[in-house]
Design a protein around this ligand. Structure first.
Ligand SMILES: Cc1ncc(COP(=O)(O)O)c(C=O)c1O
Length: 375
């Protein structure tokens, strides 16, 4: 968030201090600031909300992803993780930190989520896992991806950083795949300050992540799995619990703003909207449009400047795409190209959403875009 914007890009929708002050006071006066009852309660409440057997709280989604990858049973020569390049840079970053090689694949041009056929085509005998993403809150196609992963004999993981508030057939996403890993950072619908949740039905994986977030200490000062300090502090767990309890309200407010954007922008020549599959509801972690410069009469960057001049802050997510970044370019295969991803990176624009974006605010942001359209 930046001072001076009339409509900042994001403002966290968090509980009032009065809602958490007693619990914070209790935690501080008890002296139990980590590994305490608030984390245990958050994990139980989140497991119920996500419909999984286990939730393990961690210090961030990035750390959660890295620990899950590190905890995969090692298989000789299986060193590659298939993931979309149209993605936040934390995902391939965690892959590399965990000692794997990212293999970038295309997304579906309508939903912006990993294309199951592209993932299937990238499978080799070096594949260790497929890591999909609920991109901007749109659920990835879990049944199709599970089929690809099963055929390949590898686990499906989901970077579910944007997934709190995402539903399929009326149910919060979280089950499906070996693990789904959520973020609790301030741009998400459930906020801990910083934090993440590893959701899984796999007892052994949950136990491994509990050890891995504790330096890898097996409880007897031995170590079979190199870990990190990946713990979620008590005060963050308090915030996350209060925030999780408000998720239905926060998601409904966000949906109302997103619906106002859709009503104003759908059908505008040259403006594309992310397609949310039938039966699914996006968390609308981000509301992303695409701008076809020729049809719209203005490029994505010109629309962005026009909005900035009107005091509206935006982000060009995800430009550059991961495979175009200096740290990850080396993982692009000789002769490999990702034209759908390149096109999305060049044309996508995320509009403001958050506590401050009411449907009226969304309509006024959309108005700035509409009045720039070719007349
Ligand atoms: C798709 C995706 N994956 C991972 C992350 C990392 O989450 P965290 O900040 O909790 O580490 C983010 C953060 O926004 C994200 O957007």
């Amino acid at each position: 968030m930046m001072a001076g914007w009339r409509v900042p890009f994001v403002r966290p929708d968090v509980p009032a201090y009065a809602e958490v002050s007693a619990a914070i006071e209790r935690a501080i006066s008890s002296g139990m600031l980590t590994k305490g009852p608030e984390l245990a309660a958050l994990e139980a409440e989140a497991a119920a909300a996500l419909g999984v057997r286990h939730v393990v709280g961690v210090s961030s989604c990035t750390v959660g992803v890295a620990l899950v990858l590190k905890a995969l049973e090692p298989r000789a020569g299986r060193t590659e993780i298939i993931l979309p390049s149209f993605n936040f840079l934390a995902a391939p970053g965690a892959v590399v930190w965990a000692g794997f090689t990212p293999v970038f694949v295309e997304v579906d041009p309508q939903t912006f989520t990993i294309d199951p056929a592209a993932a299937a085509a990238a499978v080799t005998d070096r594949t260790a896992a497929i890591m999909a993403c609920h991109t901007f809150g749109c659920p990835c196609d879990i049944p199709a991806l599970e089929a690809v992963a099963a055929r390949a004999g590898v686990p499906l993981l989901v970077d579910a950083a944007h997934g709190l508030g995402t539903q399929v057939q009326g149910r919060q996403v979280g089950a499906g795949g070996r693990a789904q890993i959520f973020s609790l950072s301030p741009t998400k619908l459930v906020v801990a300050g910083e934090g993440g949740l590893v959701a899984t039905d796999d007892d052994a994986l949950a136990a491994a992540i509990r050890v891995a977030r504790e330096y890898g200490n097996d409880g007897h000062y031995g170590c079979t799995l190199p870990g990190l300090n990946g713990r979620l502090p008590e005060i963050s767990a308090i915030l996350a619990r209060a925030s999780l309890a408000r998720l239905p309200d926060v998601a409904a407010r966000r949906r109302a703003a997103a619906e106002a954007y859709v009503a104003e922008l759908a059908g505008l020549p040259g403006i594309g909207l992310q397609r949310i599959p039938p039966g699914a509801t996006s968390s609308w972690k981000d509301f992303v449009i695409t701008v076809d410069a020729e049809q719209f009469g203005m490029s994505r960057d010109a629309v962005r400047r026009r909005l900035a001049d009107a005091g509206v802050d935006t982000r060009a997510y995800y430009d550059p795409a991961c495979h175009q970044m200096e740290a990850f370019r080396r993982y692009v295969r000789p002769g490999q190209s990702l034209p759908i991803t390149d096109h999305l990176a060049a044309t996508a624009l995320a509009l403001p959403l958050g506590a401050h974006v009411t449907p009226d605010v969304a309509r006024s942001v959309a108005h700035v875009i509409r009045t720039g359209a070719r007349s």
